[in-house]
Design a protein. Structure first.
Length: 319
């Protein structure tokens, strides 16, 4: 094991917390790390990560829609709805679709192009009545046993979070969704296909699918951090066009993931982190062998690897 022959220019490293001094010294010399912790069980410090704010995006989020007639309140589809909904092109509040028997009410929303609040779908039914919807300014959430989203084929942008919490969900029909201004949260075994998605303004959270990122090939920018949150993730390939991540990298659990080499396309980490120093915090990732794929980290605020066998190579860092 050896350090790189030419380290980038960094400000003077800060304190180093470690139980394996030689390894920690190499991490610090390669990255100008402010704080390093390499431990079998736990670290001597317990610094919480700074909250990241969604990054500045290169273009305005949201498709331009022309709508002057709005439903003035939330829409809870537990009945047939109001007859005049069919004359409206927008909803001022949120729309909740969570039970059966809502076909009539949905049909009365067929001319809606924008929802200013949240859209929550927990009913596995036919959403073709929403085929004119282009923009959700709040959050978009799928829960329960929802399987298909064919009625949302013209949706282009979501102003807050997208939460995919249905294990049966097939997102292929969301082929025009380009921008998520908040977080993308994959919960459970969801493996989304979002073929047009280019910008996530907040964080990217994986669920426990073995290969959760394979359907995000068009993604170019993540404004927040990347969270590998479940031990079942074994392959992080798929982000072939992702060039910039605003925050750092956080991972927890399991021995399935052996390498992060597919992250090599990411040239910039920490664009929105304080001082341009994002964190790397990995816990109980016992299968990880080295740090290939993390070459885009030029500075690190807090480096923490704990639980399981510590990584013994700096390959991929400081190069």
């Amino acid at each position: 094991m050896h350090a790189t022959t030419r380290a980038p220019e960094f400000s003077e490293p800060g304190h180093i917390f470690a139980r394996r001094g030689r390894i920690s010294g190499l991490f610090a010399s390669c990255l100008g790390v402010a704080t390093v912790c390499i431990a079998l069980t736990g670290c001597e410090t317990d610094i919480l990560p700074e909250l990241l704010v969604p990054g500045e995006l290169p273009t305005e989020i949201g498709s331009v829609v022309d709508c002057a007639a709005f439903i003035s309140s939330d829409v809870n589809l537990n009945g047939s709805g109001e007859a005049d909904w069919v004359t409206k092109c927008g909803v001022e509040g949120s729309v909740n679709i969570t039970s059966n028997g809502q076909a009539t009410a949905l049909d009365r929303l067929r001319n809606v192009v924008v929802i200013k609040g949240d859209l929550t779908i927990g009913w596995n039914g036919d959403f073709n009545m929403l085929q004119n919807l282009q923009r959700v300014d709040g959050s978009l959430t799928f829960t329960g046993q929802v399987a298909g989203v064919s009625g949302l084929a013209n949706l282009t942008s979501v102003g807050k979070d997208v939460i995919l919490a249905s294990n049966k969900l097939n997102t292929t029909a969301l082929s025009k969704l380009k921008h998520i201004n908040g977080h993308l949260r994959l919960q459970g075994a969801v493996k989304p296909t979002l073929s047009a998605l280019s910008v996530i303004g907040g964080n990217l959270h994986t669920g426990y699918s073995a290969k959760p990122l394979a359907g995000l090939a068009a993604l170019e920018q993540v404004g927040g951090a990347i969270y590998l949150e479940q031990g079942q993730v074994s392959d992080v390939s798929g982000l072939t066009t992702l060039g910039s991540v605003g925050g750092g990298l956080y991972g927890t659990g399991g021995s399935s993931l052996k390498t992060m080499a597919p992250f090599q396309s990411i040239k910039v980490w920490g664009a929105t982190a304080k001082g341009g120093r994002p964190d790397i915090r990995l816990k109980n990732m016992m299968g990880l062998q080295d740090f290939r794929g993390l070459e885009g980290f030029k500075k690190v605020g807090f480096f923490r690897v704990e639980g399981g066998a510590p990584v013994t190579s700096t390959l991929g860092l400081g190069s």
